[in-house]
Design a protein around this ligand. Sequence first.
Ligand code: SAM
Ligand code: SF4
Length: 468
Amino acid sequence: MSEAAGIATYINEQVIFDCLRERARPEPARIRAILDKAKAMQGLSFNETTALVAVDDPELMSELFAAARSIKQEIYGSRLVLFAPLYISNLCANECTYCAYRASNRELHRRVLSQEEIAAETRVIIEQGHKRILVVAGESYPDHNSLKYVHSAVETVYATRSGNGEIRRVNVNVAPLSVSDFRDLKATGIGTYQCFQETYHRETYARVHLQGRKRDFDWRATVMDRAMEAGIDDVGIGALLGIYDWRFELLAMLQHAQHLEQRFGCGPHTISVPRLEPASGTDFTATTPYTVSDPDFLKLTAILRLAVPYTGLIMSTRESSAIRHQSFQLGISQTSAGSRTDPGGYARSQGDFHSSQFAVGDIRPVDEVVREIAEMGFTPSFCTACYRTGRTGSDFMDIAKPGAIKYHCEPNALATFTEYLEDYASPATRQAGELHILHQVATMDDKQRRIATPMIDAVRKGKRDVFV
Ligand code: SAM
Ligand code: SF4
């Protein structure tokens, strides 16, 4: 039996446990050889990655972090892609013990946004300067559970305009679908389809998912097989960190990525590393024995960067400023900003914990987040060019792997950041942003500069949506 038959045979728990159990401390020489291989940006094997998980010597750890930083810099430069999640409905028939949307949660105010409300939310997000939205919903749709609701939401977001602004890429995080439902979803023009396994550990999965379709581990663990069979090139996997041992989840995510690469010739476009947050009506976050500490979170991020260098890594802005700074350097390439996790939350001035999926620690306006990112030395990027020019799936990887992506991504990031500064930034952010752009242009190579400079100038003169 196999993924095509709906069983996730790619997850080999025994192999993972054996590797973790045999974690005799690897020789420093072996670790250094693995780090050298990683620096060649060819990715790492399962066994090599396992050896890195076992590293705890402070000197080797700092070499591991240095290797991750150099790969991040080489492939992604200073760019950090920003997006906003848009929660359209918190109706849900499932019973995930860690999530406020679970069916039995009587404390939750249930809300299903109408298409007008989705347009209103989208306008607020556009006016914050975003160009990318991630549409998120619980697993239960109004109107006889019809997916048409999600399709209409995607179409509404794409059709909404405000001033110069529009949303140029809509990604979607909804429950697993059949191949034919994925074909219909793809037809709405989505970018990435994202779905997190939560935990790849079957027994734990059964313990925390008590009711509804989501109880079926294999239906979820084979979701990306069906999405890719349906022709969705960019898929995003992830594990919710804190449900089970992060080491297990890391190695299982690698098995998942390798499986997709073997079967479809292209691994996941992104891996998300969300950490559990407090949610209304559940003490799961406070009582889990698997809370991921800050040092472990950074180690996981760095190891992923070494193991799958060309896969985007996504983190939410709710992490503390210090963690954000370090993880952006180590490997995170995308992050959310100004997020609300309560449907209708963008149009309200205050977040509503009782209709939120979880508490959002960082509720600063996007402008402040953007300024902080630029002051940290990163380029906030609103670029959506790859998917609009067809650079998705294996085509993206073919360009990314030889490193040519920097002649696309770096100029595109600066052009879209300039667009943000011209149209949305406060005076303080504009000043910090212009300084950052000056510095970036001065330090780029000649070829990049020849491409980037006219693009930035064109945006300053009023042209919009400039990309290569
Ligand atoms: N309902 C769909 C599903 O479960 O796949 C899609 C939307 S669900 C709202 C999106 C993600 O939110 C889940 O995959 C889960 O990882 C995350 N999530 C749920 N509860 C959370 C919590 N307490 N803290 C952080 N993330 C959480
Ligand atoms: Fe529903 Fe998704 Fe929350 Fe589970 S994680 S309760 S499926 S919204």
